[in-house]
Design a protein around this ligand. Structure first.
Ligand SMILES: O=C(O)C1=C[C@@H](OP(=O)(O)O)[C@@H](O)[C@H](O)C1
Ligand SMILES: C=C(OP(=O)(O)O)C(=O)O
Length: 792
């Protein structure tokens, strides 16, 4: 077992570790160009032949150039391939699938002696690395896992790990209590005793046969004579159906166990593997496991940090979230990543979920997950620092996971420990002044902050990294960071890249920068501050408008020196960061959704505790106050250089008043604009949000989403240039339904939009089906659980 970076709880706090001895340099990841038609087939666009047809028809372009030549190659890490204008990418990360294996198919990935093999049934074209995790005999049916994840396979198949598997067997003879007791005690096999099994006789054997679709020997025997003999035996001998749960994976184990108790197996079916069963997967069909299912498997296989994998925390079955339908025929939990990908026309089906009205006030106090912006920065700075930092209170959302995965790929070690509140503490051992140790492919997922801040952090190192993201992130502008970083000496490949995917390479000769930042973006500012730490000389960054200042507040904790005067940040590099401990306060942007729900649900009074109250993030609360909303907040302490306190919001008893928000106030509410639109839609008078153009380049076009949300409440809405104008209905928020509340809405792959629609559905007068609601796991997976808690 590997040791943990977490200090033992009983020990006094350790001083920061000295610098790690240099790790032997790993070879840079080799770029393996693929034939374009193979790339397209692997990405699931069409078969190899079909992909060739697409190419020759001129429908495929690479980096903007139409490619018709069949021998052409692409580097999937950096080349942008489009079919009919739509970006095509290979699946991100490992893939694990379950197959409902039929009888008569052997568990090999290559046909042998003309017999059918499982490789014909699983999508090897799309995921060429798939291999079976274990095997089922040719005549055995049921659940067989395949993965491209070598670690998962090794761990699951390792004899040390006992993942329970349930089999159902048709056996000869009438199985009595004695045989069951022997199985439960652990029968002796020729290679040693089997571990005790859970064993039961199925009370209705015919029903069990129908349910598991047993193929009896009379159906599968190879010759007419053996088929006849089998039929005769099945007719003349008594038989039973037993259910057996074992945790080992020895050769022919079930068959040998049953033989040992005097009941040879006639037919065998694997019904469960760990928590997985085959519901919804027809015989001969397969489906991909959800992130949550993979996380469970990893946990069962003893792989570290399984709890934070993927979308595992999306709760389901909440009464406020009545059903999952559309696009999810298997009945599995909606996939947050697929829901995010939906933003820009990706081909995945997206589940819609119905949010039902609360019909009751929200009352009580709640803590929201850790602040996403601060968490990204704390993890990244810890990864850049010398020694081991402890970052407490990370949120359990996909975006922060992207940053954690990114720094791991680049050589930082991150150990995660789950907290009772569902968040995480991370012990991060940084790469320090030696820099990231390898070139890598970094998947930034849905997270703009990960992509942009990472470029800044990488700028002082001559390491070439391929940066990729999901379809939503791949549509967001990157020149805003690449241009100033290029002035410092870093480069992108292709140099004209405007979006991900791209390759990024820094330099040891990084020059300082003296600029005025016209784009009102904290991500741009932060990226440049991180780069300036590694530049040779003094950088001066002047912001045109104030933006969130978490980086500036955190850096001194890591021992950095910088001067902040008004909107100017100055720092002299190179500087080396030192590990430290950081507490991440609750996320005020997540709290905003609870505030919005409380304002609209009559009789509500909600308090959010332990939340960050950095003034650069309070634009929404300030605007609500100006509108006359019953909301207040107060600072109680400071954590990680940030003011922390509580927010209290009550249901509005009279209509709010329209408000004017100036463009320099927009960054302070940029992530809550959709919620301000909701409030404005029911206010009396006009609300104008000036200079809101940045909303167009978030995970979706949030300017448009804000219009849709306000219109759903009956407001008159217009956009002029970058100014949004909302003429409210003058109702008491949430009390009188608007003329025609919508029945359906789309999250557009955007977590904040998903949450805003969820607020509307919860506090509206009729159910609302939200397509892609699952993507709210990007920032606030527990939202519906928190609402449940506040209602009861
Ligand atoms: O720096 C940050 O952590 C963020 C800055 C904002 O983006 P921009 O910098 O693009 O405005 C914000 O919308 C985003 O959610 C997080
Ligand atoms: C815009 C957001 O995040 P990012 O830019 O990091 O994707 C957000 O969380 O609303």
């Amino acid at each position: 077992m590997t040791s943990s970076l977490f200090p033992e709880p009983a020990e006094p706090a350790e001083p920061a570790e000295p610098a790690e001895p240099a790790e032997p340099a790993e070879p840079a990841e080799r770029v393996v160009p693929l034939r374009l038609q193979r790339f397209l087939a692997r990405a699931g666009v069409a078969s190899r032949r079909g992909s060739e047809n697409l190419m020759t028809a001129g429908r495929v372009s690479v980096n903007g150039r139409v490619v018709t030549e069949l021998g052409s190659k692409v580097d999937p890490r950096v080349d942008e391939v489009r079919v009919d204008g739509r970006v095509v990418r290979l699946a991100d990360g490992p893939v694990t699938i379950m197959l409902h294996k039929p009888a008569g198919v052997i568990t090999t990935m290559r046909e042998q002696a003309g017999r059918s093999c499982v490789a014909e049934l699983v999508p090897t074209d799309r995921y060429p690395g798939l291999y079976p995790l274990g095997r089922l005999d040719a005549d055995t049916t049921g659940l067989l896992l395949f993965s491209t994840d070598g670690d998962l396979g090794n761990a699951l198949l390792h004899p040390r790990h006992h993942v329970p598997k349930r089999y159902v067997a048709v056996v000869e003879g009438t199985v009595g209590q004695g045989a069951l007791e022997q199985l439960r005690a652990g029968v002796m096999l020729d290679d040693g005793p089997a571990m005790p099994a859970l064993a039961e006789v199925e009370p209705d054997p015919h029903r069990a046969c129908r349910r598991y679709g047993f193929a009896l020997p009379s159906a599968t025997a190879p010759t007419a004579a053996s088929r006849r003999a089998a039929r005769e035996r099945e007719r003349t001998h008594p038989w039973s159906v037993v259910s057996l749960q074992i945790s080992e994976g020895r050769y022919h184990q079930v068959k040998r166990m049953m033989e040992a108790v005097g009941h040879p197996v006639w037919a065998l079916h694997r019904a469960r593997f760990g928590e997985l069963d085959l519901s919804g997967v027809e015989r001969g069909m397969w489906r991909e496991l959800t992130d949550a299912e993979v996380a469970d498997l990893r946990r069962a296989a003893g792989l570290e940090d399984a709890p934070l994998e993927g979308a595992s925390r999306v709760s389901s079955g909440s009464p406020r979230r009545a059903s999952a339908k559309a696009g999810d025929s298997t009945g599995r939990k909606p996939d947050a990543r697929a829901a995010c990908a939906a933003a820009r026309g990706a081909r995945q089906a997206v589940a819609a979920e119905t949010v039902t009205p609360l019909g009751a006030p929200l009352r009580g106090s709640v803590r929201v997950p850790g602040d996403k912006s601060i968490a990204h920065r704390a993890v990244l700075l810890a990864a850049m620092a010398v020694g081991t930092s402890l970052v407490r209170g990370l949120p359990d959302g996909l975006d922060v996971r992207s940053t954690i995965d990114a720094v791991r790929v680049l050589g930082a070690r991150v150990d995660l420990r789950e907290r009772p509140d569902g968040g995480f503490d991370a012990a991060v051992r940084g790469w320090g002044d030696k820099g990231p140790r390898r070139a890598a492919r970094v998947d930034c997922g849905n997270s703009g902050t990960t992509a942009r801040l990472l470029m800044g952090a990488l700028a002082p190192f001559p390491v070439r990294c391929a940066l990729v993201g999901d379809p939503s992130l791949s549509a967001r502008p990157m020149r805003r960071v690449l241009d100033p970083l290029a002035l410092m000496g870093a480069s992108a490949d292709p140099p004209s890249a405007t979006h991900l995917p791209l390759a990024f390479c820094g330099t040891t000769d990084l020059r300082p920068l003296d600029v005025r930042l016209e784009v009102p973006s904290a991500q741009v500012k932060s990226a440049l501050v991180l780069a300036a730490l590694g530049a040779h000389g003094t950088s001066r960054l002047m912001q045109a408008v104030p933006t969130r200042d978490h980086t500036e507040r955190l850096l001194p904790l890591f021992g950095a020196e910088l001067a902040c005067e008004g909107e100017r940040v100055c720092l002299t590099g190179p500087q080396v960061l030192r590990a430290c401990d950081v507490d991440v306060p609750g996320d005020v942007s997540s709290a905003a959704f609870l505030v919005a729900a409380a304002l609209r649900a009559p009789g509500s009074r909600v308090r959010v505790e332990g939340v960050g109250l950095n003034p650069t993030r309070l634009g929404y609360l300030e605007a609500l106050r100006r509108m006359g909303a019953p909301v207040r907040w107060w600072v109680a302490e400071g954590e990680g250089g940030e003011p922390v306190g509580a927010i209290e919001a009550c249901a509005a008893r009279e209509p709010l008043r329209g408000v004017r928000v100036r463009s320099d106030e927009v960054p302070a509410l940029v992530d809550e604009a959709c919620l301000l639109a909701l409030a404005a839609a029911e206010a009396s008078g006009v609300t104008v949000i000036e200079g809101a153009g940045e909303l167009r380049v978030k995970e979706s076009d949030r300017l448009r989403a804000s219009c849709d949300l306000a219109r759903a409440l009956g407001a008159r809405v217009s956009v002029s240039g970058d100014d949004l104008r909302i003429e409210g209905t003058g109702r008491i928020a949430g009390e009188a339904p608007c003329a025609q509340p919508p029945r359906r809405a789309r999250a557009q792959g955007d977590h904040r939009v998903a949450l805003a629609w969820a607020v509307l559905g919860l506090t509206g007068s009729r159910s609302l089906s939200v397509e892609g609601l699952a993507c709210h796991a990007v920032s606030y997976p527990q939202f519906l659980t928190h609402i449940e808690r506040l209602v009861s």
